[in-house]
Design a binder for this molecule. Sequence first.
Ligand code: COA
Ligand code: AMP
Length: 630
Amino acid sequence: MGYKEVYDSWKQDPEGFWMQAAEGIDWEEKPSKALFDENAPLYEWFCDGKVNTCFNALDRHVAAGNGDRTAIIYDSPITDTKEEISYAQLLDRVASLAGALQKQGVEKGDRVIIYMPMVPQALEAMLACARLGAIHSVVFGGFAANELAVRIDDAKPKAIIAASCGLEPGRVVQYKPLYDGAIELAKHKPDFCVIYQREQNPVELTEGRDHDWYGFQEGVEPADCVPVEGNHPAYILYTSGTTGAPKGVVRPTGGHLVALNWTMKNVYNVDPGDVFWAASDVGWVVGHSYICYAPLVHGNTTIVFEGKPVGTPDAGTFWRVISEHNVRSFFTAPTAFRAIKRDDPKGEFVKQYDLSCLRALYLAGERADPDTLNWAADQLGVPVVDHWWQTETGWPITGIPVGIEKMEIKIGSSGVPFPGYDIDILDETGQPQAPGTLGAVAIKLPLPPGTLPTLWNAEDRFRKSYLNTYKGYYETGDAGMIDEDGYLYIMARTDDVINVAGHRLSTGGMEEVLASHPDVAECAVIGVTDQLKGQLPVGFVCLTKGVNRPHEEITAECVKLVRDQIGPVAAFKLCVVVDRLPKTRSGKILRATMVKIADGQEFKLPATIDDPAILDEIKDALGTIGYARA
Ligand code: COA
Ligand code: AMP
């Protein structure tokens, strides 16, 4: 069957399609049906099945005689370490950790926060939680104490599993002050912490609270898998919304397993045993789905890479990893390629490696600009697939289903919808638009298995954020268009979310931090175009009356504040003082117009603008921080 037949077969019989896909999973008790629509527009999948994620990721492969197969290749140019872990070894490690967690009282439904860098132990912690039916929430290892505290208070974890440090090129990121600080700030206190001591930076454990990763497991019985209901949350992953309060995306167990398993062959075209590499981080959804769960559930070898595309040690690192470990399908963010292209425009490093093992490159996380896409395709000589998805969906919405059919790749488009996704482009009134018309990208309900059924402890926010704007649809927050052939083009966000080097960040969240500066009366943060990172945040602050300290001092404090409260990944380094902000007469800040000014794009003077002269002031202010394109 080609793509069209497969997509149509889903459309004609979604229930049959997903029940068939569910055959790829080992259930403790098979579900009687796929979709549960009793609470529509809140939908759930495979609710009456019983299943365990860890069993599907590890035990079943060992039981099938594949215990010797490599599950994880840890490749860390930062520490100059390489390690291969077989499925049987990984199972032993995970069952042992799960046993120790269980002994300390972690049970099905308890939350556990994981704060780890890119080491195999991060995956072990995730899988150990899954083994017990505990709900993990991985927090990106670079987030500040304040961000971690917000997540602790929302998820209310029984335990925190952390490493002693992360490693950035030339810098040890001490985690202890971060998780200590977060626990101090949070109202909720975890019962205990488990600390994985890294030799680069062992830390003193806090008595009565912290357990050493290995000591904790000594003499403990390994734990068995605890089967859970199909709609039991496998994990919560916090992502940026329009405010500083992150959204806790809930991932249901059954649908997650079914959908991820389906994508490995159909989207990523790998067979069990093949090496699959997603160069992302376990803190992001890509890391959850395609470093940890999908490759393991499908019986692939996954790579845990601790390094950067450039500088660890050079722009050839990716090619070394691909050729050395025989990677078949490779997934990363366009930013990584922009960084490589900047350091090695002629692809001298590419020529040094035999990349004949590689069959396709997949890009996601942000818009893939045609230049980068073409460069990657020229250098690698394999199809470069741009595919679009979100933390909320957990797996791709559109792309090229390489495992089904070698379809045409259109530069600038993120492909065609996968089964389960019925996409419309809507105008402000919610009317579907003709091909070629720009509008809000919306997905008809129900969303397919594996996607979010709700937000953690925030059903109202879930409805408001995603369901209320367009009746019968999920609002993606992206704008774009569909062409005559059904290919989707994602053009921009419709909200205040920006994408910095593939990291999803809220400008609203940054504004909340700036507003907490005692000298700041009012502020706005916008995302401006950046050659390397796609977008960069720029802050504009208006000072409280009577403040007459040097502006550079205040903006430097603002930059530090965002770094301390959100984290260095926000890359918030551009901040400028202005007398006033451009607003509509009703007081709404004209952020979109400010972005256009910064990017040197043409714009229509908003009819409702209070005072057009302010726009020149904004342009001048951008000039003073070396950011003026106009
Ligand atoms: N812990 C602590 N700090 C971290 C961190 C972590 N886990 N990850 C990044 N940082 C810091 C960096 O050290 C840097 O700090 P600095 O301001 O002191 O230099 C800052 O956060 C920004 O980091 P990063 O986004 O990695 O930018 P960079 O300029 O160091 O590197 C790229 C640029 C393009 C190489 C890098 O952004 C990259 O590898 N991008 C790929 C993104 C990706 O895989 N995204 C996942 C979505 S699929
Ligand atoms: P995240 O939840 O961090 O994965 O971010 C999801 C958002 O990133 C989407 O809503 C888009 O705005 C953007 N995005 C992800 N993939 C793509 C893509 N292939 N093309 C354009 N934008 C993308």
